[in-house]
Design a protein around this ligand. Sequence first.
Ligand SMILES: [Fe+2]
Ligand SMILES: [Fe+2]
Length: 271
Amino acid sequence: MVNFLHISDIHIPDKKGDLWFGVDPCKKLEKLIELAKKLELNPSFTVITGDISHTGTIQSYNLAKKYIDEFRSLGGPVYPTMGTHDNRRNFSNILLGRPSPREEPPCHYSRTIEGLHVITMDSHTPGSLTGSFGEAQLDWLEKELREHQDEPAIIAFHEPIFFFGELGMFDKADAIRFKETVSRGNVLAVLSGHIHCPLFTMVDEVHYVQAGSPLWENSFNERGTLTHDSSSFNLLSYNEDPDGRPLHLPHCLLVKPVAFSEGTKLIEKKP
Ligand SMILES: [Fe+2]
Ligand SMILES: [Fe+2]
């Protein structure tokens, strides 16, 4: 069994003590780390699906790096992806150690760990809330999946792709090509964040998993979006059968949301 964490939308500020709508993102993240230690989760690796920084500044990524080191001490490497609030240049320089003089090249990369092929993609569209990949990155994804057919893939990026349509959060052409590419590969799960709400669904026998956020949680009803002072992340377990062959794919990934809260206080999102 391989256990790993899926965390999202940590929204690190420039310095400790800075608040977003009265909520302290650093305190929330410290609670998450404390809880993961207390529960002895010992992940093989951790994926953070974007909105690592809230401000995109160098200071915020330097602080985020310290928290990422703490995640690493829980067990295994940490794989961050770009989010809506992230800045490519600072993300690439500080978190990936990959100096980039420009904003352009998408920050995507892949690693194989414990037999799983972790593919992180960059869905950030500068100046827009809509996720997109672009042709070059989708070509790269096809190649990655083709060359690693023996390793079940975990694909991670920020904006949820299964919401396209009326609630579209993703470029439709990119979403369609992504779905076709995924259907030809050995893909176990697609992990995302952005909406600060844990949600799970399955498309063509692939798990689509949304993580909540440690910062706050959104819920959606006919009156609009409600935001509560509650927090969550996901613990995922991948199981193979004793002969080392993957079980029937849809049933070999378990997703356990881990929630923590100081109550269900409604957050007034007034500037
Ligand atoms: Fe976010
Ligand atoms: Fe976002």
